[in-house]
Design a protein around this ligand. Structure first.
Ligand SMILES: Cc1cc2nc3c(=O)[nH]c(=O)nc-3n(C[C@H](O)[C@H](O)[C@H](O)COP(=O)(O)OP(=O)(O)OC[C@H]3O[C@@H](n4cnc5c(N)ncnc54)[C@H](O)[C@@H]3O)c2cc1C
Ligand code: FES
Length: 262
């Protein structure tokens, strides 16, 4: 883990209320593993005081990207940041996606800005020789932020303005009807309601599901005890999302125990 002041190399709006920040850090890029996140200080004037958590979206050589929605003061400041300014970044943080065990094919399911960890994960899995498909859902086509960064992507929109008319669970069902579930593991990130619906769907069919959680965080490094999630298995009643997570086997946690950020 590093704390660094890193230069911004690109700042761009890529869809409705969806922005990308790219910055340069050889050390963080070399250490990062898919599913990890960065804790970024929105202002050098400590207003807001707390760092904000962002999944590592892509790693390209010594450059990294985050993708984000503007939802509050911190993200509004990121959207105003200019190329050449520096960001105070702590990371990489958290336990990566669990990639061990037997699976041949992966379907990466994103809801909205839940696309955040997926391009990095997809690139990594392809290098490991896995087959990768993406299912990416949003309310409407204007909110879809994909310029080819997702491998083998299918889209679901609530209003039917792009591809499948419906949600990502419906599109996954269609995918399975065409491609089958043999050797498959599903990875998902998005609103808790989406993860719960996907969890029910996968549990019913015995499909392994790994989820990447978002919750309110403060320190991001296991000190403040502010990010507990209740465990459904094992000896511990709770773990901390910032250190033990944010990536969990869906069957190991009680998702309803954490307040959703959205
Ligand atoms: C491990 C982890 C990874 C994350 N990765 C990403 C990511 O890659 N991209 C991303 O955009 N966000 C991500 N988040 C969420 C992000 O950290 C929060 O949205 C952050 O609080 C935004 O800061 P802010 O100052 O703009 O808004 P805040 O002032 O913190 O929040 C403003 C208001 O918006 C609500 N809010 C907070 N987050 C959201 C949201 N995502 N959608 C709608 N309303 C919200 C809050 O409840 C509050 O009412 C991640 C969170 C975690 C824990
Ligand atoms: S955010 Fe402080 S312990 Fe997790």
């Amino acid at each position: 883990m590093y704390q660094q002041h890193v230069p911004i190399t690109r700042s761009q709006q890529v869809a409705q209320n969806v922005h990308i920040l790219e910055f340069q850090s050889e050390a963080i890029a070399a250490e990062a593993i898919p599913g990890q996140f960065l804790n970024i200080r929105p202002s050098r004037f400590y207003d807001p005081f707390l760092r904000r958590a962002y999944s590592i979206h892509r790693v390209m050589g010594d450059r990294l990207e985050i993708i984000y929605n503007v939802v509050g003061k911190g993200s509004a400041l990121f959207a105003e940041a200019k190329v050449g300014e520096t960001l105070d970044i702590l990371g990489p943080l958290g336990t990566p996606f669990h990639l061990e065990g037997e699976f041949r094919r992966a379907v990466l399911v994103s809801g909205g800005v839940g696309i955040a960890p997926m391009p990095f994960l997809g690139d990594w899995l392809l290098k490991q020789g896995k087959q990768v498909a993406n299912i990416y859902g949003a309310r409407t086509a204007a909110m879809i932020a994909d310029d080819g960064r997702l491998h083998n992507a299918r889209y679901a929109t609530d209003d039917g303005s792009l591809d499948f008319h419906g949600n990502v669970v419906g599109l996954l069902q269609q995918f399975l009807a065409e491609e089958g579930a043999d050797g498959l593991r599903v990875f998902a990130c998005g609103p808790n309601k989406m993860l719960m619906a996907l969890g029910d769907f996968c549990q019913l069919r015995g499909i392994p599901l790994e989820v990447s959680l978002e919750c309110q965080m403060a320190c991001g490094i296991g000190i403040c005890q502010g990010c507990p999630v209740e465990m459904a298995t094992g000896d511990r009643k709770y773990t901390l999302v910032c250190t033990h997570g944010p990536n969990y086997d869906y069957n190991h946690i009680r998702l309803e125990s954490i307040p959703a950020v959205h």
